[in-house]
Design a protein around this ligand. Structure first.
Ligand code: PLP
Length: 380
């Protein structure tokens, strides 16, 4: 495996690095595909592949023969088509603004979630004099995007509304699949089986990263994981057979002693109850460390790894900097110029999310653009 450092000079002076292991993302996709076979496994690469770089991630997965991608927006559709020229690409947000002609040109299939979208896509198709492909999203209880029951019935009764549209997928999305014991999973499964039967013969898709761990009944023809591809553990109780694919590290700028009774950081929210040693690290909320990972006096917040030792954030997370308590680390473990790990080596994106009152998904998608990005290649 090779480290692709396209900008070595910037690495030498980088305040931080985000390392994306493309080989691991491909391995994760393969592991998920094996888990759900004979169902097929797509890749959800919306939001710049969850913040990790859509171009690199899509190209790597396409090389590994992943042939179905989901993005959200028209702009993401352009990138996906460029880096996966032959793949099936679905746009989850459906027809946004006047995106229909662009989707047509890019051969991207909109996920139709409203009757207005269905009518508009059908009109374009008839104007073009040909069949345009699409997915149909039906709501089974999430009450977010997706056709509600009465609109699904109406479409089934009036197929002329969809004239010119070739349905290639019928899908729905689960609300509580991260908790296998939630009875809502079964309710949505039954609703999906009933409603999708109105479009018989069309391939079906229900499960994302968490749902695919609910077992084969939830796999249908295609599963749509995003988070798990990037190493995320979406299910609360069932380990997903994937490994972390992202490491975030930031430079230690200074290590200083503070006297007992001194405070650290903005608004003086943390006070040293003993003579303490504080390391200041070049990562802040502009880099994706949530401000809610701050640790005011007496309350735990986020943690970092320094030479393999966990050290707690103390005081406020600021835009460019965090302060961590290294008093209990061995002498010399925290050295200016070295890198501390914010994510990686056992410190997971779930850990980082939990410490900040959020989820790993938000940690990934909010990683900043100031750190140097390194990609471990998928083709060594
Ligand atoms: C984002 C999304 C997914 C992927 O979800 P993960 O939890 O990241 O696997 C799948 N389907 C829909 C409709 C989505 O919006």
């Amino acid at each position: 495996m090779t480290v692709n450092t396209r900008m070595p000079e910037s690495l030498a002076s980088a305040t931080g690095t985000i390392t994306v292991d493309l080989a691991q993302i491909v391995a994760n996709w393969r592991a998920l595909a094996a888990t759900v076979a004979p169902a097929r496994c797509a890749a959800v690469v919306k939001a710049d592949a969850y913040g990790l770089g859509a171009e690199r991630v899509i190209a790597a997965l396409a090389r590994a023969d992943c042939n179905t991608f989901f993005i959200a927006t028209p702009e993401e559709a352009e990138v996906a088509r460029k880096f996966a020229p032959k793949a099936d690409i679905y746009a989850l947000d459906g027809l946004v603004g006047n995106s229909a002609p662009a989707f047509d040109r890019l051969l991207v299939k909109p996920v139709l979630s409203t009757l207005d979208d269905v009518v508009a896509w059908s009109a374009l198709s008839r104007a073009r004099g040909g069949d345009l492909p699409a997915a149909l999203h039906i709501d089974t209880g999430l009450n977010r995007l997706g056709l509600p029951l009465r609109d699904v019935r109406r479409l089934a009764d009036e197929p002329s509304m969809m004239k010119g549209v070739t349905l290639e997928l019928v899908m729905s999305h689960l609300a509580s699949a991260d908790n296998p014991r939630d009875p809502k999973n079964r309710d949505q499964l039954l609703a999906f089986e009933t409603l999708s039967a109105l479009f018989s013969g069309i391939p079906r898709s229900l499960a994302a990263s968490d749902g695919l761990m609910l077992g084969p009944a939830y796999h249908f023809d295609l599963v749509r994981p995003g988070y798990a591809l990037y190493g995320g553990q979406a299910s609360q109780s069932t380990p997903t057979p994937v490994k972390p694919a992202v490491t975030v590290a930031a430079r230690i700028l200074a290590v200083a002693d503070v006297l007992r009774g001194e405070t650290v950081g903005y608004s003086a929210t943390w006070r040293a109850h003993r003579p303490s040693r504080i390391a200041t690290i070049a990562a802040g909320y502009a880099d994706g460390v949530p401000r809610s990972a701050s640790a005011p006096d007496g309350k735990p917040g986020g943690q970092v790894l320094i030479s393999g030792h966990l050290a707690p954030i103390v005081g406020r997370v600021s835009m460019d900097l965090i302060t961590v308590d290294v008093t209990d680390l061995p002498e010399g473990a925290a050295r200016p110029g070295e890198f501390a790990k914010l994510i990686g080596d056992g410190l997971t994106i779930e850990d980082a999310g939990f410490a900040a009152g959020t989820i790993g998904y938000e940690i990934l998608t909010r990683l900043g653009h100031r750190f140097t990005r390194l990609y471990l290649d998928d083709n060594p």
